[in-house]
Write a protein that binds this ligand. Sequence first.
Ligand code: SF4
Ligand code: ZN
Ligand code: ZN
Length: 388
Amino acid sequence: MRVRLRNPDRLLEMAGPLTVADLLDRLDLLPHTVLVLSDRELVTAGHELADDAEVEIRPVMSGGASGAPTCAVCRAPAVLEERRHRAAWCATHLVDHVHNQIRKAIDHPPSGAPGERMCSYDQRLLVAVSGGKDSLALWDALVAMGYRVDGLYVGLGIGGYSARSQDICERFATERALRLHVVDLAETYGYSTPSGAGAAGRTACGVCGLSKRYAFNRVAVDHGYDVVVTGHNLDDEAATLLGNVLRWQEGFLARQRPVLPATGRNQVRKIKPLYRLSERETAAYCVVRGIDYVVEECPLVDGNTGTELKEVFDLLEHASPGLKAQFLFGFYERQDRLVDASVEETVVLADCGRCGMPTTGEVCAFCRQQERILAALPVLAAAGREPR
Ligand code: SF4
Ligand code: ZN
Ligand code: ZN
């Protein structure tokens, strides 16, 4: 059989027949860290791969796979198992499961006033899409669930990776007749993520994160959207929480909520409806819904410590399925008791003197960063060291 491994891409020839579990064992891959596709269909641990099968193994970062090979709802052959749910689903019921988890997150968020939903059907939502599995799965699900939701893609200028991501987002929107806003960092603000990082002397992820957060809010304000929706999932949020606890970052702990209400002018409510779903579930959802997404990682991801925390957490999750969800949901339940909300409440927002967006000072962090970058870029160019 031909086995295609992703990230990095490589092709192997293996003799079959083999079960998926045996194949993964031979390749020394942990089952819960990958999805296995045979002839473009998801297959589970006990599935037997023929000698002439075309197999693809896609990395995902979390979850758990074992046991039940039949759908928990209809008993048809399952396409995905999740150890933390002690359940498996066929393609149809996997879609229902993902929609149900999003429904639960939207209708019963752990923070906010009792009975207050993340968003409503009459609001205009803007989902930030990167071309990856989470944000495209989320856009697809929200549309299927009947919400009014447009997309926003921020072009970061990260070479071929950004070009491929933008192409995927544009095709996703065109094929479904959805509206996609595209903001190119270089065209709009004068720098790309790599050049900005070089000029600011910061990590690429630092420059990138601040620029994206600013662009999401700015586009939402400029176009009158009520809510910004992001594709942060259970793995992202659990790893962020672990990092915030390890460093005792009280301000971040107070702000780490799946709903961040708008607290002033020119600020749009932010929500994370995927916080109940693992990366594995969103990746599988994309496969069964026929959503093409960028499988490759951002090449600058090494500067992102969240990735290391996810890897550590994956080892714990493997030993104890459900630990991530217990950690994150348990924190949300206790957050008001554990974290001093006054850390956040004392923050007074004003309008940025340059762009008018909210800031705690006179000029917002984004404008200060942009000014620093635009001042440094010509100097670097003159010295022949212009970062690309
Ligand atoms: Fe931006 Fe870092 Fe994410 Fe790449 S890994 S998209 S640089 S935040
Ligand atoms: Zn089923
Ligand atoms: Zn500003």
